[in-house]
Ligand binder design. Structure first.
Ligand code: PMP
Length: 333
């Protein structure tokens, strides 16, 4: 049902997207650039993945694949599952979520609280048939009335960003955007926005940000999928080029250490009052690196994917960080 007045949105679905574009003041002043963060943690399900979840569900409905009472199955690092479960509740479907047991207790607990059937599985590489993504595909095949969201290779994911996130950024900046910087998990956010912005202005520089342990930095720079090191960030990095990332424009790539990402999110908390997740640390640190490469006077847009609330027991816990060989940043007196 449509809302009756223009200021009213209709249900959960109506509240997805149209997020603020926040100027990160301290970093903008430090670099002489405009460093802008798309506030995706303000989506009603709390992350950038609400947009992909909605796009995937809407296309499945349009294609007649989902019937009332049907089940949506997905393998997810958490946020897509959270978005999908909210949407399933709102639209009368069941959600069955397969998640690696390495993901934060906050995300796994939240999925259960929302009412998803949650299966935690050991984290194994994609080539293993029991990898969470591949397992979720098999479960969907074996479950009557189920659809597999398949966020990594279902192009409805990047279409959602091409149709919403990209145009919002273009409008919010009045078309004054020099660079787009984002890490990729499925690649939906990065690719959808990059494709849209390039269509408006081919000069927009598209920069792929990557954590250590992911093969995409090497792939973007040299064409070879190769990785070294590891990362505590969740939801980003990949060992393969997904259908969503395939064909996306990439002008440059930046790799960020976890310690630098941590320093970045703590500074965002202390200097901007923004409490954000680990992938944001990679994104914003990469945006700053891009600002330094381009020099003052440029506008750089990135994504603030989710809230620090989802990682309180990890990224904001000194003991957990030291168990991973990382130092909790200390606030100056
Ligand atoms: N950050 C977080 C916290 C995420 O959960 C995800 C999604 N896996 C991403 C970034 C990356 O988004 P995308 O899947 O669109 O590449």
């Amino acid at each position: 049902m449509a809302a009756k007045a223009p200021g009213i949105t209709s249900g959960f679905v109506g509240a997805v997207g149209n997020t603020p574009l926040i100027r990160l003041n301290a970093l903008s002043e430090a670099t002489g650039c405009e460093i802008l963060g798309k506030a995706e943690f303000m989506n009603p399900g709390g992350s950038v993945k609400d947009r992909a979840a909605l796009g995937i569900l809407q296309e499945a409905e349009e294609q007649g694949l989902l019937k009332p009472g049907g089940t949506v199955v997905e393998g997810t690092a958490g946020n897509t599952g959270i978005g999908l479960t909210h949407l399933c509740n709102a639209r009368g479907y069941k959600a069955l979520i397969v998640i690696p047991e390495t993901q934060s207790a906050e995300k796994i607990g939240l999925l259960r609280s929302l009412g998803a059937e949650v299966r935690t599985v050991p984290a194994v590489p994609y080539r293993d048939p029991n990898n969470y993504v591949r397992l979720s595909g098999r479960i969907a095949e074996e479950t009557p009335g189920a659809v597999w969201a398949n966020q990594f290779d279902n192009l409805a994911n990047r279409r959602a960003h091409f149709n919403t996130t990209g145009p919002e950024i273009w409008e919010q900046t009045g078309g004054q955007v020099d660079a787009w910087v984002a890490a990729t998990g499925t690649g939906g956010t990065y690719a959808g926005v990059a494709l849209y912005l390039k269509e408006q202005n081919p000069k927009v520089r598209c920069v792929l940000a990557d954590p250590y342990g992911s093969a995409l930095y090497s792939w973007a720079i040299s064409g070879q999928l190769a990785s070294d090191g590891s990362s505590i960030t969740e939801g980003i990095g990949n060992s393969r080029v997904t259908a969503n990332l395939e064909g996306a424009p990439i002008d440059d790539a930046v790799r960020i250490h976890d310690q630098a990402a941590l320093t970045t999110i703590y500074h965002l908390l202390w200097q901007e009052g923004l409490f954000l997740g680990g992938s944001v640390g990679i994104n914003v640190a990469a945006a700053v690196k891009t600002a330094r490469r381009l020099g003052p006077g440029h506008t750089i847009v990135t994504v603030l994917c989710d809230s620090g609330d989802r990682y309180r027991s990890r990224l904001y816990d000194g003991q957990w960080l030291s168990s991973k060989g990382l130092e909790q940043p200390v606030r100056a007196a």
